[in-house]
Design a protein around this ligand. Structure first.
Ligand code: ADP
Ligand code: MG
Length: 193
């Protein structure tokens, strides 16, 4: 979560810029507000398990972020945390399955599918590639985000633009790729001797 927050701090301006032509220019500021609150909440009351960390992070995002991305990312983290339960340690495989369930919850909440030009265009291929490696997941998510450019948005604010949403990279897919890149960076740092 700290790696995600640091990445959002670095990339907030770019995320907001992406949200200008096909949204309301607040995606970066939404996520920055949300993840700074997540960092503060985790520091104030450090949870005792990975599952509890993700659940607190998810609840905080839902409480703090007004835009669509708050409830969606909040649901991703909360559901993933719920799947992990209160185990003190989780395996890569347990995390993979939990994230898979988390992405399913995002699809259910938002009613979107891959191809609709949303965060799911990065999350679904990203989580799908987790069985290969964390880095493969980050790379797949990044490709998925880039592949949103020619798509017409069918969900969220960008869908109001119809065909005019074509030709722009989706901000939420871009932030989802940042999230999986932060996961890969962290996993590799932990595994390094
Ligand atoms: P808002 O659209 O309310 O201003 P944000 O700008 O923070 O919220 O987030 C916009 C992003 O949220 C979009 O780029 C898209 O990826 C994602 N999004 C919007 N609606 C949905 C949905 N129904 N399902 C999945 N993702 C969505
Ligand atoms: Mg917006």
């Amino acid at each position: 979560m700290n790696a995600v927050t640091a990445s959002v701090e670095r990339e907030a301006d770019r995320l907001t810029e992406l949200d200008s032509p096909i949204g309301d220019a607040d995606h970066g500021s939404n996520l920055l507000r949300g993840f700074l609150a997540v960092r503060a909440a985790l520091e104030a009351q450090p949870p005792s398990s990975p599952g509890a960390v993700l659940q607190l992070a998810g609840r905080t995002l839902i409480g703090v972020v007004g835009g669509a991305s708050g409830p969606l990312y909040g649901t991703l983290l909360r559901r993933t945390g719920k799947e992990l339960g209160d185990a003190a340690e989780v395996s890569d495989e347990e995390l993979r399955k939990a994230l898979y369930a988390g992405v399913g919850a995002v699809a259910q909440l938002g009613g979107a599918a891959p191809g609709d030009k949303t965060m799911l265009d990065a999350l679904v291929p990203g989580v799908g590639a987790l069985s290969t490696s964390y880095r493969a997941a980050a790379v797949a998510a990044e490709s998925g985000a880039l592949a949103t450019v020619p798509l017409q948005a069918r969900k969220g604010r960008a869908s109001y633009l119809g065909e005019r949403s074509i030709g722009h990279q989706d901000p939420g897919a871009t932030s989802a790729a940042l999230l999986l890149a932060a996961l890969a960076d962290t996993a590799e740092a932990v595994d390094a001797p």
